[in-house]
Design a protein around this ligand. Structure first.
Ligand code: GRF
Length: 214
C-alpha cells in the first residue's frame, strides 16, 4: 500500500475526497500525513475527522523558501512518502524539492491547462466567455502549473453562470477525478518515465480527458 502525503492551505475538500476514498478502499494507499502551511486551515479539521496525522509548517516562520521546503522534505523523507498530492496548496515550490520528487508529486489545478496557470481561473473563464472549463492533474515540475499533464476533467460553462456555482461544479469534478487518479498512481498504472506520462495496459498517448455533466 502506497504512503500518501496531502499538502493543503485551505478548505481541504479535496483532502477529504481522498480520505473518504481511502476509507472505502477505493485508493490502494494510506494518507500518512497532511501538511498545511496555514495554521488555521479548515482542512486541518477535516484531517482530524479522519484521524489523519497533520503537521503545520507555517511558511511565514522561515527565513527562506529553501528552509521551508527543507522542513516539508524532512517529513516526506521521514515517513517514506510515495505519493505527494498538492490539493489546494497555495505555495510555489522551488526546484530542489520539485526535482527531488519529480514523478512522485502531483498537483490539482482548476483550469484546463495550459489555459490559465496561476490564480483566478474561474474569473478568467467567465470574463473570456469560455464555453468550457475544467481541472487538470499534473506532475509537479519547477515551472508553475506546467508539469506533464495526467488527466483533465471538463465541464460546459453555462451562460450567465455565477462564479460560485462554477466553482462548486469544478469542485465536484475534482472530488471525482482526483481520487481516481491517485488510485491509479498508487497501483502504478500511471507513472512518469523520461518526462512522459505512461498509462500501463493502455495504448493511450496523451492524457486522460473526461467530460462531466455536473
Ligand atoms: C481547488 O479548486 C484546487 O483546484 C485549487 O484550490 C482548490 C482547493 O480546494 N488549487 P480544497 O482546499 O481542496 O477545498
Amino acid at each position: 500500500m502506497k504512503k500518501i502525503a496531502v499538502l493543503i492551505s485551505g478548505s481541504g475538500s479535496n483532502l477529504e475526497a481522498i480520505a473518504k476514498a481511502c476509507e472505502k478502499n477505493e485508493i490502494n494507499g494510506e494518507i500518512k500525513c497532511v501538511i498545511s502551511n496555514v495554521p488555521n486551515a479548515f482542512g486541518l479539521e477535516r484531517a482530524k475527522k479522519y484521524n489523519l496525522r497533520s503537521i503545520v509548517i507555517d511558511h511565514s516562520l522561515f527565513d527562506s523558501r529553501i528552509e521551508f521546503e527543507k522542513e516539508i522534505d524532512k517529513y516526506l523523507s521521514l515517513l517514506k512518502i510515495d505519493v505527494i498530492v498538492l490539493a489546494g496548496f497555495m505555495r510555489i515550490l522551488g526546484k530542489d524539492i520539485t526535482n527531488k520528487y519529480f514523478g512522485k508529486m502531483i498537483n490539482l489545478h482548476p483550469s484546463l491547462l495550459p489555459l490559465y496557470p496561476g490564480l483566478n481561473t474561474h474569473l478568467n473563464v467567465l470574463q473570456n466567455k469560455d464555453k468550457s472549463h475544467g481541472i487538470s492533474i499534473h506532475y509537479v515540475s519547477a515551472e508553475l502549473d506546467a508539469g506533464p499533464i495526467i488527466a483533465q476533467g471538463s465541464i460546459k460553462v453555462n451562460s450567465n453562470q455565477s462564479i460560485s456555482v462554477l466553482e462548486n461544479r469544478i469542485h465536484e469534478v475534482e472530488h471525482i477525478l482526483l481520487p481516481e487518479i491517485v488510485n491509479e498512481i498508487c497501483n502504478e498504472n500511471i507513472y512518469l518515465k523520461d518526462n512522459i506520462v505512461i498509462f500501463k495496459n493502455n495504448e493511450r498517448s496523451g492524457h486522460i480527458l473526461k467530460h462531466y455533466d455536473v
